[in-house]
Design a protein around this ligand. Structure first.
Ligand SMILES: Cc1cc2nc3c(=O)[nH]c(=O)nc-3n(C[C@H](O)[C@H](O)[C@H](O)COP(=O)(O)OP(=O)(O)OC[C@H]3O[C@@H](n4cnc5c(N)ncnc54)[C@H](O)[C@@H]3O)c2cc1C
Length: 374
């Protein structure tokens, strides 16, 4: 394979000479960061390097929920994390979605404010009325919308669920088309003159404060600044609280007269499903084996796929004939702390990683924050 040092004058000068910013990773964060930087520094030369022939982490693998917090997820978080941190993250997600729609036309990525429902299996799992009142009060302070969360028993019949005691609806959440989001971000970046190269993996980099020297699978080059947006793979470059976490999903074949319309959470958000066209996209189950799923290797596992199938048969599509079409996985970046890491480790190197299961909501805002560091 051709090494960077063997490129022609034209190739070198187009892609590798006089680089102002090199961004590693072409997911939501990498692309958003590049766009915000180009808007801030229109004359800058920006190169995005992605090691996959497609973005190969989570941004083209996810379920497409534009969500900021279901009642059982908030309850779970509030029992483990401080109230202040939980509501800061809630606010980051809510405001982050606004930033995303400033960057990309919501219609082009098929954004639908379809609402979401949090499924409760047993009476004992119902949340206290005063907890729902509390999250409504806090969310009103952040979003300015009253009574976002309501108990909705009718949803069970409307969507045809079984073995569900009740649901909580959230009027403000929605869904997007994940593929179109990445495609629109890429188009916008390209139209702004941002360069992207796929199939190039950064192995190491070193900064002397003025320049960053990057070593790749195709040789070396230098850039004035570098921003690492490799999320679940960041441990390679960053000694911080970040760990890879594999998330698995499946999709059914099209289903005639599918009742399910909207986005749904189950088991404190560890499972999630939605309709897409006439199919059900269903993900989750990482909590069945956190340790094994703490990996940056793609792949699916039988127990998780079985649990997804079982929940489809007994809860989600109990009276419906369906077939699984295929399954896949993606790699997320998580930590003990649910908030993202946005920081400079040097005056010309920054990291924007640890998006957890909320990159759609916060990815663009993280990109904006990274651009402000330069
Ligand atoms: C199955 C699944 C469902 C999800 N559902 C949702 C959801 O509904 N809503 C939501 O908000 N979030 C969801 N998420 C999480 C969301 O997808 C992520 O938070 C988000 O995509 C992270 O974006 P990113 O740009 O930080 O990382 P990524 O999209 O992972 O991008 C990082 C990129 O860096 C590249 N890279 C890594 N190392 C190198 C290297 N050394 N050199 C060059 N390139 C490199 C990778 O190939 C990758 O493309 C889900 C995730 C998964 C896996």
């Amino acid at each position: 394979m051709l090494n960077i040092k063997d490129l022609s004058f034209w190739e070198k000068s187009l892609y590798f000479d006089d680089l102002d910013f090199t961004i590693i990773g072409a997911g939501i964060v990498g692309l958003s960061t590049a766009i915000f930087l180009k808007e801030k520094f229109p004359r800058s030369k920006i190169l995005i390097l992605e090691r996959g022939y497609l973005p190969s982490g989570a941004s083209t693998k996810n379920a497409g929920f534009a969500c900021f917090g279901s009642p059982t997820e908030l309850y779970d978080d509030l029992s483990k994390i401080s109230d202040e941190k939980v509501w800061n993250t809630f606010s980051l997600r809510y405001e982050g979605l606004k930033t995303l729609f400033e960057l990309i036309d919501a219609k082009k990525i098929e954004y639908e404010k379809c609402g979401s429902w949090d499924l409760i299996s047993k009476k004992e799992e119902l949340l206290q009325d005063d907890f729902i009142a509390y999250i409504n009060e806090k969310s009103f302070e952040i979003c300015g919308v009253k009574n976002i969360y309501k108990e909705d028993k009718m949803a069970i019949r409307n969507f045809g669920f079984q073995n569900i005691f009740s649901t909580y609806s959230n009027s403000e959440e929605g869904t997007i088309n994940t593929g179109k989001l990445i495609s629109e971000l890429y188009k916008k970046a390209t139209n702004l003159g941002i360069l992207s190269l796929f199939g190039i993996e950064v192995k190491t980099f070193e900064s002397n404060g003025k320049e960053v020297f990057l070593e790749t699978n195709f040789g070396e080059f230098k850039s004035a600044n570098s921003i690492i947006c490799t999320n679940g793979f960041a441990k390679q470059f960053l000694d911080d609280d970040i760990q890879a976490a594999r998330a698995q999903a499946l999709i059914t074949k099209p289903i005639l007269d599918l009742k399910i319309k909207g986005s749904f959470h189950y088991d404190a958000g560890y499972y999630y499903f939605r309709n897409i066209e006439n199919r059900v996209l269903f993900g989750g189950g990482r909590n069945l084996n956190f340790e094994r799923e703490a990996t940056d290797k793609f792949g699916t596992s039988e127990d998780i796929q079985d649990s997804l199938l079982h929940l489809l048969q007994t809860v989600i599509l109990p009276d419906t004939k369906f077939e699984i079409d295929y399954a896949w996985s993606g790699i997320m970046g998580i930590g003990k702390d649910k908030s993202p890491i946005i920081k400079k480790t040097n005056n010309n190197v920054a990291f924007g990683v640890r998006m957890g299961g909320m990159g759609i909501a916060i990815g663009a805002e993280v990109g904006k924050s990274l651009s402000k560091l330069f």
